[in-house]
Design a protein around this ligand. Structure first.
Ligand code: N01
Length: 538
């Protein structure tokens, strides 16, 4: 139990967990408004996921000029990205630059995990226990823990018996890993696996890829930025900012208006080829029914399969790399030379659908067919997404009820707007479950949440309100709406980390709001402008 001191004012107005994109801006925004804020960060530096994800080839797949803060034009003008997709070290440099520019470090306590956060109903404050056993309190408790920060190493028999080196992509050693002369194995072909496989293959003696589900990966077509693009983005800062904020995905792209089925096969081929050449996420933006109509989806799925057949020389290997789920219903992956890598003689592909992993042994990985001896084993096996990072902390609201109890036990995770929870007064989640979060350009969604939370806190202070809390009715209505929007698409028809299917025993649901960034922003603003309907305020 976190110790309480009922007679003292809270130590801080707000406590924020995490010093990634979310926590840094939350700190800046609240501090500028005059609140006392303390940020706790488990790492010894800022960056969040970009601090931890240092695996070979790690890059963001949102375009650089859109993957940054837009709250300050000065900041936007001062920073210049080097290429279309920013690599991990460049994003980390950017976030360090932001922390320096706004002198944020003085209010961040590094190397400190938050163990527990308990709400004290008697005096409306949150009591927080840090991993090193200290207790602090605050009126507002804000989580900026990220959606993909709780690494998942699947419970494969014998996983602790391997005597070689092993790593999870999300906890990569800062000093790097030397693959020269090594036999390396990698389990997982999501974004992390697909980015790292071509890079590791160039260095390792041999790379064995253990693939359970093949992917519709498409070329990123990364390239250095030319001066013109950089100048254009800086000159058009306000226009780009408005476009991002009001778009479906948080990037300034036109939403297609035509169905794939209205075009002939030849016309579609032309449209898909053009998008393929542009690279990035243009593929999924070709027609308006790719994620809602099975037949439309199949036209794009088959186009990508044809590209895999063309790229991979050995057609038996190409067949194993052929995905069959609905395109886009697992997180689309962008790559640089992924399928080409399977033409190398030092790379082998193990199809786990045919020969599943039986166990991990002292020497490597044993499938139902063969034992593969390895020096190094990499888990590119993803994350307990959305709820995982929050549930690692013992968060308790009214009457000591924990978030784990509220969301766990087979129950559907429910939130109001992905920002708040009934039963957890004065607690706010930045990019929480049931907000657009991972299906949007994250910095845009993060800024919207931070600004909404800061405005809400201003409102509470101006109106002398002790606490704000979502009503169960508003929460139920929002959750139902989220589910209904998702069920009108193909997303819920595929097992993925979006639905919680990648984690054993995790309750299934669809924890992302698919209504789009612009529509979501409007809804949140409307609620704030109308005096916060759906909340109890006392
Ligand atoms: O994780 P994933 P990730 N046995 O969950 C496999 C973001 N991100 O780290 O599909 C065998 O996508 C699993 O197989 P299956 C982005 O949002 C962004 O790659 O479940 N295999 C899958 O192949 C992304 O989507 C960027 O059948 C097992 C893989 O492991 C998200 O993070 C870069 C297994 C996990 O893929 C997560 O990506 C990196 C088992 N027991 C990440 N368990 C960029 O911006 C799991 N797998 C570019």
């Amino acid at each position: 139990m976190v110790s309480t001191n009922q007679h003292q004012a809270p130590d801080y107005d707000a406590i924020v967990i995490g010093a990634g994109f979310s926590g840094l801006y939350m700190l800046h925004r609240l501090r500028e408004a005059g609140y006392s804020v303390r940020v706790y960060e488990a790492a010894d530096g800022v960056g969040g996921v970009w601090y931890w994800n240092r695996y070979p080839g790690a890059r963001c797949d949102s375009e650089s000029i859109y993957y940054n803060y837009t709250f300050s034009e000065e900041l936007y003008r001062e920073w210049t990205w080097s290429s279309r997709y920013p690599k991990q070290s460049e994003i980390l440099d950017y976030l360090n630059f932001v922390a320096d520019k706004f002198e944020l470090r003085t209010d961040i306590q590094f190397d400190t995990k938050i163990k527990a956060a308990h709400y004290d109903e008697t005096n409306h404050k949150w009591n927080i226990e840090t991993g090193d056993g200290n207790n602090v309190s605050a009126k507002y408790f804000i989580t900026g823990v990220g959606c993909l920060s709780a690494a998942n190493i699947p419970n494969i028999k014998g996983k602790d018996t391997f005597t070689g080196e092993s790593y999870h992509t999300g906890h990569w050693p800062h000093e790097g890993v030397d693959f020269k002369g090594k036999h390396v194995g990698i389990i997982g072909t999501g974004s992390s696996g697909i980015q790292s496989i071509p890079v590791i293959a160039k260095e390792a003696d041999h790379l064995t890829v253990f693939q359970r589900t093949p992917q519709y990966s498409t070329p990123a077509k990364n390239h250095p930025y030319d001066l013109e693009t950089i100048e254009y983005s800086k000159e058009n800062f306000y226009q780009i900012k408005e476009q991002m904020r009001n778009s479906p995905g948080g990037i300034p792209a036109e939403f297609p208006t035509q169905s794939a089925l209205e075009n002939t096969q030849e016309e579609r081929q032309e449209v898909f080829e053009e998008a393929w050449e542009k690279g990035g996420f243009y593929m999924q933006n070709t027609y308006n029914d790719i994620t809602i109509n099975e037949d439309a989806n199949e036209t794009l799925a088959e186009f990508v399969r044809s590209k895999i057949r063309e790229t991979v020389h050995d057609q038996k290997i190409a067949e194993k790399l052929m995905p069959s789920y609905y395109y886009g219903t697992k997180r689309p992956v962008l790559d640089t030379n992924y399928f080409e890598t399977f033409n190398r003689t030092n790379v082998s592909l193990i199809d786990l659908k045919n020969t599943p992993i039986h166990r991990i042994t002292e020497k490597g990985v044993q499938t139902t067919e063969e034992e593969y001896e390895l020096d190094t084993l990499i888990f590119a096996t993803g994350y307990d997404a959305m709820t995982g990072p929050l549930l690692k902390i013992d968060i308790r609201g009214r009457e000591g009820v924990s978030l784990k109890e509220k969301w766990g036990g087979g129950a559907q995770t429910k939130t109001y707007l992905g920002l708040t929870n009934a039963g957890f007064p004065n607690m706010f989640m930045i990019t929480g479950p049931e907000s657009p979060s991972v299906l949007s350009n994250m910095p845009v969604s993060i800024e919207q949440h931070v600004e909404w939370i800061a405005d809400c806190i201003d409102y509470l202070c101006e109106h002398n309100i002790d606490y704000i809390e979502a009503t169960p009715e508003a929460e139920n209505a929002w959750s139902t709406h989220c589910r209904e929007v998702a069920e009108a698409t193909l997303f819920t028809k595929t097992e993925s980390w979006y639905t919680g299917a990648n984690i054993e025993g995790k309750p299934r649901g669809f924890l992302i709001y698919l209504g789009g960034v612009g529509a979501y922003r409007e809804k949140c603003s409307e609620i704030a402008n109308e005096g916060y309907p759906g909340f109890t305020m006392v």
